[in-house]
Design a protein around this ligand. Structure first.
Ligand SMILES: [Zn+2]
Length: 238
């Protein structure tokens, strides 16, 4: 049947199907050229909507990272002159690999290491959302870790904090060298290092010194194996 499209083009329309309960979804019929154009427009609209969804998820992931870091660090602006841009360039250039899934930031006391670690975690959160991968990040400091170990049987939340740190897909462990090397704390710390090392879990740690130095304060049975695992898994910058 010869029909005229809304665009003015006349074309041979296919025979109409009898209407059914889904007919309200049918687009008005049009010529082949208009059909191609409309299909392309629909695809483009779908792509735009998917990109918007990913962008929304990225913002949610970033907000989730912001909630787990100390408020003082949320104010980080990489353009801030106090920010260590040399270190930041090294940190952003780093990509975890199966062989070296850890990044160590070693240097003097100051907030740049922690800030860089936190901002990298935030980037990972965003990248995961844009690639439609799940994101599970955690952040803990040496002091918080030691406190959580001591309180794990008294405070319900502390056991959860320790489990999160051990199993998170990406962990920032700030001031790893400052964990107080008491027996109970060291058992737990070594278990974390061993688990994350064995499972190639991405880990960013900071310290005023490298593990060759801070592990010497650890009990003998953990000093060698702990230092060995950290060095084996880590790219160290700073
Ligand atoms: Zn047309």
């Amino acid at each position: 049947m010869n029909t005229t499209c809304a665009c003015g083009q006349s074309y041979e329309a296919p025979e109409k199907k009898p209407p059914d309960f889904l007919s309200f979804l049918d687009r008005p019929e049009c010529c082949p050229a208009c059909t191609v154009r409309q299909d392309a427009e629909d695809d483009e609209a779908d792509r735009r909507m998917e990109a918007e969804q990913r962008e929304k998820q990225a913002a949610r992931n970033e907000a989730a990272v912001d909630r787990i870091i100390p408020p003082r660090l949320r104010l980080t602006d990489p353009a801030d002159a106090r920010f260590n841009s040399v270190l930041w360039d090294q940190v952003t250039a780093w990509q975890p690999t199966a062989e070296k899934p850890w990044l160590g930031l070693v240097g003097e006391t100051g907030e740049s290491k922690t800030r860089c670690a936190y901002l990298r975690l935030r980037q990972f959160a965003r990248e995961a959302a844009l690639a439609e991968r799940p994101f599970h990040g955690a952040m803990i400091s040496g002091m918080e870790f030691a406190r959580a170990v001591v309180e794990q049987y008294r405070e319900e939340g502390s056991g959860k904090v320790l489990r999160e740190a051990r199993t998170a897909g990406i962990l920032v462990f700030d001031e790893l060298g400052k964990v107080k090397a008491t027996a109970g704390v060291m058992d737990e710390l070594f278990a974390l290092i061993d688990h994350r090392h064995a499972h190639n879990l991405v880990t960013i740690w900071t310290g005023n010194a490298g593990p060759q130095e801070f592990c010497t304060a650890w009990p003998e049975e953990y000093a060698g194996p702990g230092c060995g695992r950290i060095l084996e898994a880590s790219v160290v910058v700073g």
